[in-house]
Write a protein that binds this ligand. Structure first.
Ligand SMILES: [Zn+2]
Length: 261
């Protein structure tokens, strides 16, 4: 971010955080509707409890929740803190991407992917399922990022081929392992949605960072299982968080590792 002066960098940071909260609000609502089997885009937002249609002033990310003290304006029922958490978290994910990559195509790519990853995480947490729509959205967003790289004269051919090889090799490897484990254990060891997610993540990450992502996902999954003291938690959110971190730090970590060899 050497090119931005400090006040401008701070100002951009605040704007990007707020933009993140807006996307957090949107993707949280979309995931809620996907789980409930409603039309994800059409229809006005309503209070989950009383069904009252919400006005624009009820829908300002973070602020509405704070000003209404986490309660519905119409019926007074408590609003799930999930709204606030998703909004703030999304804002932070946007902000960290900006701090890492500055005002750039990389930041945009990471932020877009983070929105989709958040959507599938929220859905997986509630329904133990990653709908294909999220995977397709990730693949389309990756294709857009390849196109934008090409249009802005960046090294897009390497990004494209490394992505495809990363996605196919890592997801293919996991598929093979899970088929072997399924046979040995006599039950499904890894959901099909998880393998598809590793494939889509691999497109963005390339070969080296995909391997890092695989290891990190398992560590994050173990950490979640330990912290939540549950033996059945969906794997999707762990892969999503790990993918986000790999997008930010994967090249750094793999570069350091390769320098040791
Ligand atoms: Zn209400």
């Amino acid at each position: 971010m050497a090119s931005l002066s400090l006040p401008l960098a701070l100002y951009s940071g605040v704007i990007i955080f707020l933009l993140g909260t807006v996307f957090g609000s949107f993707i949280n609502c979309l995931s809620y509707r996907v789980v409930k089997g409603e039309d994800p885009v059409r229809g006005r937002s309503r209070c989950v409890n009383c069904g009252h249609e919400l006005s624009p002033s009820d829908l300002v990310p973070v602020f509405s929740y704070v000003f209404l003290r986490g309660r519905c304006r119409y019926c007074g029922e408590k609003i799930s803190p999930r709204y606030l958490i998703a909004e703030v978290l999304m804002g932070l994910l946007f902000l960290f991407a900006f701090i890492r990559f500055g005002l750039s195509l990389s930041t945009m790519t990471v932020c877009g992917a983070a929105v989709i990853l958040m959507g599938l995480s929220l859905t997986d947490l509630e329904s133990y399922e990653i709908p294909d729509g999220f995977i397709i959205a990730l693949i389309i967003w990756w294709a857009v990022s390849v196109l934008l790289k090409a249009l802005t004269g960046q090294a897009w051919v390497r990004y494209l081929t490394d992505g495809i090889i990363g996605g196919v090799s890592v997801a293919g490897g996991i598929l093979l392992l899970s088929l072997i484990f399924d046979r040995l254990l006599g039950k499904e060891s890894l959901g099909g949605g998880d393998i598809k997610l590793f494939f889509a993540a691999g497109l963005f990450l390339g070969v080296a960072s995909s391997l890092f992502n695989l290891i990190l996902s398992c560590l994050v999954g173990l950490a979640f299982a330990f912290l939540l003291k549950k033996n059945k938690i969906p794997f999707g959110p762990s892969i999503a968080l790990s993918t986000y971190l790999s997008m930010l730090f994967g090249p750094m970590v793999t570069g350091w590792y390769l320098s040791l060899l």
